[in-house]
Ligand binder design. Sequence first.
Ligand SMILES: [Zn+2]
Length: 185
Amino acid sequence: MKKLFTVMGILVLLLSTFLWSVIPVSAYNLIGYYWEGHVLPDPLYFFIEDDVSTESWTGWYNGHEEWNEAQNSPTNFALTDNIYYALVDAFYSYDSGMGISGQTWYSPSSPGDITSASVTLYEYITNGYPYYKRVSVAAHEFGHVLGLAHNSGAYLMESSDYTRYNTYGIYSPQTDDVDGVNYLY
Ligand SMILES: [Zn+2]
């Protein structure tokens, strides 16, 4: 019997080695933009526009904290009240026509080095969200700011708010999200 167990053990080991080699280990996707000249942990200053709702303000504030506090995350988002220091401008829109909850823009608009970025929450949608679901959207947009693209599944970069938050309960960067940022910086 001892020999049989040994053979089975080897088979299981081979099978798991095989599975490990065909299932991709890294899951993050990159968008092609990143802060080429940015040396971490230099702060990535962001400014929250004065006219955003309290809901959006706390969403942005807690979204940046989730990134800075995530395990192994190299990020150092820092809130500034002086827009001249800001590399990232966080604002809001009340546009209801697009049906999306958040958006990120880069400057310059072609992939490569980012010199500044803007993020918005579509308050028509997000102000109806529970608190952590709104944080989930803000942290997701900050993930785009860092250079991450969408990724399907239990990740902060999952594009669907419903899947990300309602299904998986995610409002902070997961290991694969952080791995993507550590790859870039
Ligand atoms: Zn997105």
